[in-house]
Ligand binder design. Structure first.
Ligand code: ADE
Length: 377
């Protein structure tokens, strides 16, 4: 049986002939071997949505405890929409990609106002919600509502690229179209959600990037890459660009009473809405200390005296790495005002934990707490 394709491509003949026979073994395997994961119970659209947003960019094991805490704190669309963004970011703290939390929060309000509090059972309407791209909208549409839409994450793409030995880097749109067309051809209309999830599961547990466990794969007999003995050659990837590294400074500024200055990043910025010890990227030709004093003036309009180095923290983001140098500082001039940030506050050391901070800034908090009160220069 050949399914109509939205994006016609030439499937290899052997796959075209078997297209209708491939979903069955995959679904049987999934029924037998699927992991027991929290979002696979009590599949309300809200629970599926939260899970799929968290699972974008993040490993299952990392997501599990966050998922439980998030649902505990925000058990419904209404609870999420009515919570302050600050609380949502605090629960998300450490999970990274904080735009996901901001979008989830904004989307919850949109679901309340535009869909009477119910996630829409339509791919196009889901795609209209903040933070739902083709993958997450497809996952929610198919898993929560049984709509016949594909949902390809990196795991699923790897499985399909190997199944048909599809050439080209999956980051390129031509390759994506080929993978999409293949998935659409394979998708069983009566079990689209289980099929999508099974494909993702197969990629995550069997069709691994390195040393795939082909002996456990329900598709090994059909898999072209396996027959060629070239599983690891697919998906093909173009050489990656070197990841840049930046030296970044942060000021742990204390006032005479022992309070510490923290600032909130602008909402539309990277890590938007998160709190931090203010500072910024060192520029070429300046020292770390001079760069920090410059940033404090530019961002907060205050003059600081930069003292001892408190700690240096290394952190890797997706497209760059940083070393974050935290210096003890003291304000010696200027009047605090937010120029490039959303807010700034003097807080007591024991209050720092109430503010959502990125992992790198949390490490500075830990050093401060291990060394007692941040104090004199
Ligand atoms: N990754 C993305 N969606 C997933 C799901 N539903 N189950 C397991 N891993 C996933």
């Amino acid at each position: 049986m050949i399914f109509p394709m939205k994006h016609p491509i030439c499937l290899p003949d052997d796959v075209t002939e078997r297209v209708g026979a491939l979903a069955g073994p995959l679904l049987d395997w999934f029924a037998r071997d699927a992991r027991d994961l929290p979002w696979r119970h009590d599949r309300t659209p809200y629970r599926v949505w939260v899970a799929e947003v968290m699972l974008q960019q993040t490993q299952v094991d990392t997501v599990i405890p966050y998922y439980a805490r998030f649902l505990d704190r925000f058990p419904s669309v209404e609870a999420l929409a009515s919570a302050p963004l600050h609380d949502v970011l605090k629960v998300w703290e450490g999970l990274g990609y904080y735009a996901r939390a901001r979008n989830l929060h904004a989307a919850a309000s949109q679901v309340l106002t535009e869909h009477a509090g119910h996630l829409p059972a339509s791919y196009a309407d889901l795609l209209n919600l903040p933070g739902l791209g083709p993958y997450a909208a497809g996952a929610v549409a198919s898993i929560a509502f049984g709509l016949p839409v594909v949902a390809l994450d990196g795991n699923a793409r790897r499985v399909l690229a190997r199944l048909c030995a599809i050439e080209g880097d999956p980051r390129r749109s031509a390759t994506q179209r080929a993978l999409q067309a293949l998935a659409e051809a394979l998708l069983p209309p009566d079990a689209p959600g289980r099929f999508n999830e099974a494909l993702i599961e197969l990629g995550a547990t069997v069709c691994l990037p390195r040393a795939p466990r082909c002996e456990r794969c329900p598709w090994s007999a059909a898999c072209r890459a396996h027959r060629l003995g070239q599983e690891e050659a697919f998906p093909q990837s173009s050489p990656r660009r070197a990841v840049p590294h930046y030296d970044v400074t942060a000021a742990v500024t204390c006032d005479d009473a022992g309070r510490i200055l923290i600032a909130q990043r602008a909402y539309d910025d990277f890590l938007g809405g998160m709190w931090e010890f203010p500072g910024g990227k060192k520029e070429d030709g300046e020292t770390l200390e001079d760069g920090l004093a410059r940033e404090m003036k530019e961002e907060l309009d205050i003059d600081v005296e930069v003292g001892a180095l408190l700690t240096a923290v290394k952190h890797a983001y997706t497209h760059f790495r940083i070393t974050l140098y935290a210096f003890r500082c003291r304000q010696v001039g200027g009047t605090l005002r937010c120029i490039e940030c959303a807010d700034a506050r003097w807080v007591w050391p024991h209050e720092l934990g109430e503010y959502p901070m990125s992992v790198a800034n949390q490490k500075i908090v830990q050093v401060l707490q291990a060394g007692g009160q941040a104090g004199t220069l």
